[in-house]
Design a protein around this ligand. Structure first.
Ligand code: BES
Ligand code: MN
Ligand code: ZN
Length: 510
């Protein structure tokens, strides 16, 4: 199988007009009066070509747009790409990240060998250079990402790796950009890793395969370890939720536990975070089978678990001073003669019993065992992430993940991480009214509520498996996928959650 496109990132001090490169990316705000300093310098050397193009109305600086000007030997660069940054007052770190993604996307499509980014120039000191360095690094990975490991017959080949540099004429500035670059490099790489794993279909990744991948990841770091429970161990432990969902498939379920313990101080002196991710390697709905339209997208129903995997990879590479568990219950939800059925009563790992009213509400059936496990490991904070409900997708669309929780401070910290990472969340309720709907007459709980508020009732179900622990839930249904390619990303898995969760953890360690 082909390797995914690599990204090589560094900073370089060089004069903007002398920078020898294939593609030099600079930014422009739609409401800027005149050209930013760098753009003005380049425009002068290019005999007014940038101004001319704008006068013609070919480029206005709208976010998501770009225009190319050729160097013609007048400057070091072969090409300059102007990247639209939108309105100045709306600009944030995500503007920088998306601009870099836009440029990197172009660079891969054009197959240039070197991309030089000077996108920070247009911000003229409005944002911290270190943060912009990190955002540009993340964006470069994001925009250059392609998923083509199974394409054996492509017409004109593609890049093996993109060489990318963040440039400035002032070495004090490249130094500051470089401060953020290493973190951005780790996070960007982890997100691309997550996207590839998520994009792999159900015949390539099943629960056992995912467990092998988690073990490989643990093998790559001295601070990670991995334990996997197979179906026999699941039965011995009484993890009835995971077993029930996995019972219809030949590919047996697994319960994956990654542990991160950094070197140094005694483990007991550090906060322990439990990340729990839903990893349904394919969700057909089971006996309550889904309609056939777009059912293929349910290969992405493992995206929460994979976001946890990507976050564990990032935290190990960043050597963050915390303890963490990455808990990934994994199963394939298929209909067969051995499937769990509507009406079944399942005893979960917690001891609580659940009446199954719909086999397609399987995410909560595996997550509840994952949450109980995290609670039993005595995690100080538990955060779960899951493509849980289409109701959440209906409520929030493709722009934000639902965020529920039982601790105000934790919710605020995740909202903060969302702002910093550009992976947005919106707070939603999951309290007593919703929990009331999840009561069963013949068991402790049932696995669906009424017709309304499906994202909230699902969260209210999960809430009952964390005991007194601080807990938050991210419903990423709809966020795991880009249905169409954009200027910033290819179609397919988004890797949503890796940036959000890693940023949350980094902020904790500040
Ligand atoms: N994996 C789905 C939710 C989903 C839908 C994720 C669309 C991404 C895109 C989940 O397992 C599911 O099927 N949920 C049901 C729950 C219902 C039966 C209560 C749903 O949302 O329809
Ligand atoms: Mn389902
Ligand atoms: Zn599902």
């Amino acid at each position: 199988m082909k390797e995914i496109i690599g990204v090589e990132l560094k900073t370089r001090r060089v004069d903007f007009d002398k920078c020898k490169t294939d593609l030099l990316a600079v930014g422009h705000f739609s409401d800027a009066k005149g050209l930013a300093k760098i753009n003005s310098l380049l425009n002068g050397k290019l005999d007014g070509a940038i101004e001319h193009l704008m006068k013609l109305g070919d480029f206005k600086g709208k976010e998501g747009t770009s225009a190319i000007v050729y160097g013609n030997g007048k400057i070091g660069a072969e090409r300059v790409v102007l990247i639209g940054l939108g309105e100045k007052k709306k600009a944030s770190l995500d503007t920088v990240r998306k601009a870099a993604a836009n440029a990197a996307n172009k660079a891969v499509t054009m197959k240039v060998a070197i991309l030089s980014l000077a996108l920070h120039g247009a911000f003229e000191g409005r944002l911290d250079l270190g943060s912009m360095g990190r955002a540009m690094a993340e964006g470069t990975y994001f925009g250059s990402y392609r998923y083509d490991e199974f394409v054996t017959e492509s017409e004109d080949g593609r890049l093996d790796s993109l060489k990318c540099e963040l440039i400035d004429s002032d070495s004090a500035k490249t130094k500051r950009l470089n401060k953020g670059l290493s973190g951005g490099n780790v996070i960007g790489k982890a997100q691309s890793y997550a996207r590839t794993l998520a994009n792999r279909p159900g015949n390539i990744i099943n629960p056992a395969k995912l467990a092998t991948i988690a073990k490989e990841l643990a093998g790559s770091s001295p601070n990670l370890s991995c334990t996997v429970f197979d179906e026999k161990q699941l039965a011995a432990k009484g993890m009835g939720g995971v077993l029930a969902v996995g019972s219809g498939s030949q590919s047996k379920p697994r319960f994956i536990v990654l542990k991160y313990h950094p070197a140094g101080k005694a483990a007991s002196s550090r906060t322990t975070i439990g990340l729990v991710g839903k990893a349904i390697t394919f969700d057909s709905g089971g006996i309550n089978i889904k309609p056939s339209a777009k059912m293929d997208e349910m290969k992405l129903d493992k995206s929460g678990g994979i976001a946890v995997l990507g976050t564990m990879k990032a935290m190990a590479e960043l050597k963050l001073p915390i303890n963490a568990y990455g808990i990934i219950p994994s199963a394939e939800n298929l209909p067969s003669g051995t499937s769990y059925r509507p009406g079944d009563i399942i005893t979960t790992f917690s001891g609580k019993t659940v009446e199954v009213q719909n086999t397609d509400a399987e995410g909560r059936m595996i997550l509840c065992d994952g949450l109980s496990y995290a609670e039993k490991q005595n995690c100080d904070v538990i955060i779960d992430i899951a493509t849980l409900t289409s109701a959440c997708r209906v409520a929030l669309g493709k722009y934000m993940a639902g965020l529920m929780g039982n601790d105000e401070k934790l919710v605020k910290q995740l909202q903060r991480a969302a702002e910093d990472s550009g992976e947005k969340v919106w707070a939603m309720p999951s309290g007593d009214e919703y929990a009331e709907e999840m009561k069963s007459k013949i068991a402790d709980l049932k696995n669906i509520g009424s017709k309304w508020g499906g994202a909230c009732t699902a969260a209210a179900f999960l809430r009952q498996f964390v005991g007194e622990k601080k807990w938050a839930h991210l419903d990423i249904a709809g966020m795991e996928i880009f249905e169409e390619a954009t200027e910033f990303a290819t179609q397919g898995a988004s890797g949503f959650g890796v940036r959000l969760l890693t940023t949350y953890l980094m902020n904790l360690c500040k």
